[in-house]
Design a binder for this molecule. Structure first.
Ligand code: PFF
Length: 452
């Protein structure tokens, strides 16, 4: 590109980029949401649709995000407008990045509330408060936490501070260091928990539940949820992966890199399912327990098992680490923009943004108590923000990025960045022009007009 006046840092290696992007992708979406939506939607067939969506829609869009970021080496807004300009189009494409920044801010506000619940559960597992608890008691305990704004605020504040500190420290000292420590820890914890789940006696049942493809159980609605989730779980549609891609050097192959990230994210989701369902089954609990699966059923299950206190604590530490690295990536695109475009100091930008998202988070945690009456379109603030970001803003951002990469960016530039064989390039290009936008448009349509 002609005007490459980048002021950015770079990742130390291709593997650091892979691990940082995996840190963003692997989060509450994998460990909390994926198992419970799989449980609610009947298991195997749902998993198969989800895997197809990751491969046909998620991976190609992720390739587009990475190459746009890397080509411009700027924050998402400037990256999109620079790449558009270079392809003789309007700089207004940068507006996708503006919507992305907004999505990040809004997602963070409820994400950090759930992150706070996780921190609270680390504490209660560690102190053994959950040992021998019944499911009614666990339900009551979770309800009591939600009803207590002061406790929620404390944990939400701690989680926000933890996130801001890393973002403020910058790409190399902050995000990269956190990645180097937390990602290996995450994989080790996951393997330990998987090993533990294998000893519980419910493993075969858990495995069958996830990999027995019974299509009679698959509803149209479940397929839509699978596609929607493939976006959220890969952190697509809001410029996060684009921002991370902008810190990547030209040497690495984008296709292979992105495939690795997609594979790791998928692996973690599957292993999380394989760690959770056996524990649920061996305790005779319901796999379709919904969002409470992790905060109600699991503590009960751990509370009844040998070494449950230790492994329960490890489990919530794992979720906490995953949520933390994702939360960091939610703030990064906006901080990059404030630093590059408005010339703010990184520390000032991170703290300023942190205060805003922390404040919005208070409205989210209030949804369960003092602000329970405040609703938007019939939903409380927490549910409303979750709904409009995951179901509308990310898919919309995804469609626009796909259309931009497929129809606007000149072939020669895309080819130059992707450096792949003709066949892969054609497949990718077809996905950008048709498969991804059409699939996402169908999802958006049906999410907004649910099938009764
Ligand atoms: N991918 C994260 C998860 O699965 O929990 C959530 C997320 C992070 C979404 C960052 C979007 C994003 F930009």
């Amino acid at each position: 590109m002609t005007n490459k006046t980048s002021i950015q840092d770079s990742w130390a290696s291709r593997w650091i980029f892979i691990l940082a992007a995996t840190g963003s992708a692997v989060g509450l979406g994998n460990i909390w949401k994926f198992p419970y939506i799989t449980g609610e939607n009947g298991g195997g067939a749902f998993v198969l649709v989800y895997l197809t969506c990751i491969l046909l829609v998620g991976i190609p869009i992720m390739m587009a995000e990475v190459f746009i970021g890397r080509r411009a080496r700027k924050n998402p807004i400037n990256a999109l407008s620079d790449v558009a300009e270079e392809s003789d189009s309007t700089k207004k494409w940068g507006l996708i990045g503006v919507m992305g920044m907004l999505s990040g801010v809004l997602i963070f506000s409820f994400y950090s509330v759930v992150g706070g619940w996780v921190l609270h559960y680390i504490k209660v597992m560690l102190t053994g408060e959950m040992s021998g608890i019944s499911s009614d008691e666990a339900g009551t305990a979770f309800g009591a936490l939600l009803a207590d704004p002061a406790t929620l605020l404390g944990w939400h504040t701690l989680f926000s501070i933890m996130t801001v500190v890393v973002v403020a420290a910058g790409i190399n000292k902050g995000i990269e260091t956190a990645t180097r420590i937390m990602m290996p820890a995450l994989f080790v914890l996951l393997i330990i928990l998987l090993g533990y789940a294998m000893t519980t006696g419910g493993f075969a049942q858990g495995w069958n539940f996830m990999f027995h493809f019974d299509f009679s159980k698959l509803t149209w609605n479940a397929a839509l949820i699978a596609l929607g989730h493939s976006f959220f779980t890969l952190s697509l549609g809001m410029g996060t992966i684009m921002a991370y891609g902008s810190y990547m050097t030209k040497k690495a192959s984008i296709g292979k890199t992105v495939l690795t990230i997609g594979a790791l994210d998928t692996l973690v989701a599957l292993v999380a399912g394989l760690a959770i369902f056996p524990i649920i089954f061996s305790n005779g609990m319901d796999p379709a327990a919904g969002p409470g699966l992790m905060f109600i059923s699991l503590p009960v299950a751990f509370g009844q098992m040998p070494f449950g206190q230790l492994f329960g604590t490890l489990f919530f530490v794992l979720v906490g680490v995953a949520a933390w690295t994702s939360a960091i990536s939610l703030l990064e695109p906006t901080v990059a923009f404030l630093v590059e475009r408005l010339k703010m100091k990184r520390v000032t930008a991170s703290i300023g943004l942190g205060v805003i998202v922390w404040g919005l988070g208070i409205a989210c945690l209030g949804s369960f108590n003092f602000m329970a009456d405040v609703t938007f379109f019939g939903k409380n603030t927490f549910d409303f923000l979750d709904y409009i970001t995951a179901n509308i803003m990310l898919p919309l951002g995804g469609i626009l990025i796909a259309l931009f990469a497929g129809w606007i960016v000149k072939d020669k530039f895309a080819k130059d960045e992707l450096e792949t064989s003709d066949t892969i390039y054609k497949l990718w290009n077809f996905s950008m022009k048709f498969t991804a936008p059409i699939a996402v448009a169908v999802v958006l349509y049906f999410l907004l007009n649910p099938i009764k």
